[in-house]
Design a protein around this ligand. Structure first.
Ligand code: 13P
Length: 250
């Protein structure tokens, strides 16, 4: 299994033709990435296309959000059972855009995390502080609080089957990136926090950095001891830049 994960969160960007172009670019050159598992997170309407195109390539598929319920009267929602039919492996839970724009709170995020694991899929739990919280010196308490909500619901051992993405809100879509040192500091604190309750799982846990990762910034970020890859937004929409970020995983 690759040491690193490089995941591309397409957010609400794509079209049939753009997806065709992006997926074929990824397929054609995936062999150039040797030390990262690549994962794409298309919007739901493109899952079938991603499944068909990526079969046998080693590139995995994830979804950007999920409903914690199995089925029923939940208009507009998509279940894990449905996602699984499209060979989905990963589920983003608690992305800051879900938290901020769709009012998802820690308890909903924890419910999605638990439901994802119950379906034998891997949640990528997203955590991160706002600029205001950082300036108030609350970064670690905010991030650890978001993680603690999941520990309380699922237990520390659950991190054997999860990934964390640290995404400082102030670095998302802004062109600002946490410096490798700033990111490493938070990644280390996250690992230590989980190690308090689950030392073995904390050691093996993959913690991705997200927030304006680019071809230029990836290599130094990924070289940090506790950074195990990236969750990439904008730069994952072009095959060339996404693959170059994948190659930055050494
Ligand atoms: P950007 O890379 O566009 O800043 O997005 C980061 C992100 O939110 C990935 O989930």
């Amino acid at each position: 299994m690759a040491h690193m994960i490089v995941a591309g969160n397409w957010k609400m960007n794509a079209s049939k033709s753009a997806v065709t172009e992006l997926l074929s670019g990824l397929k054609d050159n995936v062999a150039s990435v040797s030390n990262a598992e690549l994962v794409v997170f298309p919007p739901f309407p493109y899952l079938a296309q991603a499944q068909a195109e990526l079969m046998g390539t080693g590139i995995r598929i994830g979804v950007q959000n999920i409903c914690a319920q199995d089925k029923g009267a939940y208009t507009g929602e998509v279940s894990l059972v449905m996602a699984k039919e499209f060979d989905v492996s990963y589920v983003l839970v608690g992305h800051s855009e879900r938290r901020a724009l769709f009012a998802e709170d820690d308890s909903q995020v924890a419910a999605k995390y638990v439901a994802t694991q119950a379906m034998q899929l891997t949640p990528i739990l997203c955590v991160g502080e706002t600029l205001e919280q950082r300036e108030q010196g609350r970064t670690l308490s905010v991030v650890n609080g978001q993680i603690q909500a999941v520990i309380d619901a699922a237990g520390g051992a659950s991190f054997a089957h999860a990934v964390i993405a640290y995404e400082p809100v102030w670095a998302i879509g802004t062109g600002l990136t946490a410096s490798p040192k700033q990111a490493q500091e938070v990644h280390r604190a996250i690992r230590d926090h989980i190690a308090d309750v689950a030392p073995e799982q904390a050691r093996g846990l993959k913690i991705l950095y997200g927030g304006s990762v680019t071809v230029a910034s990836a290599e130094e970020l990924f070289a940090q001891a506790d950074i195990d890859g990236g969750l990439v937004g904008g730069a994952s929409l072009q095959a060339d830049s996404f693959l170059a970020i994948g190659r930055a995983a050494k």
